[in-house]
Design a protein. Structure first.
Length: 345
């Protein structure tokens, strides 16, 4: 069996492959590693058959939706998952077969009600049900300390103690553990009384994960992250450097239209000499009056270089085939000491 553990900060994802058939599955992929997964699959000569999330993640962005779209593989989750993009929903005990390998889902609610552990041979991919030296928290949406108690003490910890444990998170650089070691050493598992365990879980006083709202929005509803929206826009447009624009302005005579898409107050406080003003929020409404010639070369400018990328992508979609975005924005332009002009257009 081919096993690759791919870490993103504290998030762990796992690529499992059958060397015989070259088929593979990917467990808990994270969006920032998308190119890495595709690269490793190609390098190892593996064909992805399934992409599986052990639960609805609240702390990072799952790449399952994107991988499903790009590779045409089923996104797999537990039956309780609300993710609209999950095509294959598993019940407790269901198995996935890829090549000679068989992966069994064990429903282990508690961290979330759609949590499952994935069992293959002597390995258990525990999601956030059991971590090395810890457990998943139970204070996020659909968490339940009582259910986690049952999942741990009545299911997971009853497996063979030699079973290797691979969690969805580890913040201390540990790659795996065993059931036996966790029973002996995991501080959370020393509290074996149900009520005391629940009491402990309810008083951990953990801060909310970073990006929780965006993670739940994307993982539960199938929406895109802001980063994805920007990356998609960036792939559709070319960029111009600040230095290139500065040179062109100094030389004069260029047919370039500098289009500042910030709000009026920001424009009036200081803009590039000769820039035209059309706020991003009014772009589609006023583009026909303001920019009647679609053959013009338009360079969009904003404060940080992100909204201008979205604006240039919109202009390209609208038929402005020469729309380009500034690489950077007015903040960097001012920091470089390049000249700005005040006042209305
Ligand atoms: Fe989680």
């Amino acid at each position: 069996m081919i096993l690759q553990q791919i870490s993103t900060g504290g998030c762990q994802s796992y690529l499992l492959g059958c060397g015989e058939s070259c088929s593979a599955i990917l467990i808990d992929p994270a969006l920032p590693q998308l190119d890495r997964y595709l690269g490793v699959l190609a390098r190892e000569g593996l064909r992805l058959r399934y992409v599986v999330d052990t639960h609805t993640h609240a702390d990072h962005f799952s790449a399952a939706h994107e991988l499903k779209d790009r590779l045409g593989v089923p996104a797999v989750m537990h039956r309780n998952s609300v993710a609209p993009y999950a095509d294959l929903r598993l019940d407790d005990g269901d198995m996935l077969i890829f090549g000679d390998l068989r992966l069994q889902a064990i429903h282990t609610p508690g961290h979330t009600n759609d949590s499952m552990c994935l069992h293959i041979e002597d390995r258990l991919f525990t999601g956030d049900t059991l971590l090395i030296g810890g457990t998943g928290r139970t204070d996020l949406p659909t968490g339940d300390p009582d259910a986690l108690y049952d999942s741990l003490f009545n299911i997971v910890l009853k497996l063979d103690p030699a079973t290797q444990v691979f969690p969805a998170h580890d913040y201390k650089g540990q790659s795996s553990s065993t059931i036996g070691r966790e029973i002996a050493e995991n501080p959370r598992l020393q509290q074996r009384d149900r009520a005391a365990f629940a009491e402990m879980m309810q008083h951990l006083n953990l801060t909310a994960p970073d990006h929780m709202t965006e993670a739940l929005r994307t993982n539960m509803c199938g929406g895109k992250t802001i980063e994805q929206m920007l990356a998609e826009a960036a792939r559709k447009v070319p960029f111009m450097s600040l230095a290139e624009l500065r040179t062109r302005l100094l030389e004069g005579g260029d047919d370039l239209i500098v289009l500042d898409v910030r709000e009026r107050s920001a424009f009036e406080a200081g803009h590039i000499e000769g820039a035209r003003h059309l706020p991003r929020g009014q772009l589609e409404l006023r583009v026909n009056q303001e920019l009647p010639d679609p053959t013009l070369r338009i360079l969009t400018v904003c404060e940080f270089g992100k909204v201008s990328t979205l604006a240039a992508a919109t202009l390209r979609e609208l038929g402005f085939r020469r729309a380009t975005a500034l690489d950077g924005g007015m903040k960097l332009w001012r920091e470089k000491g390049y000249p700005v002009e005040e006042g209305a257009q």
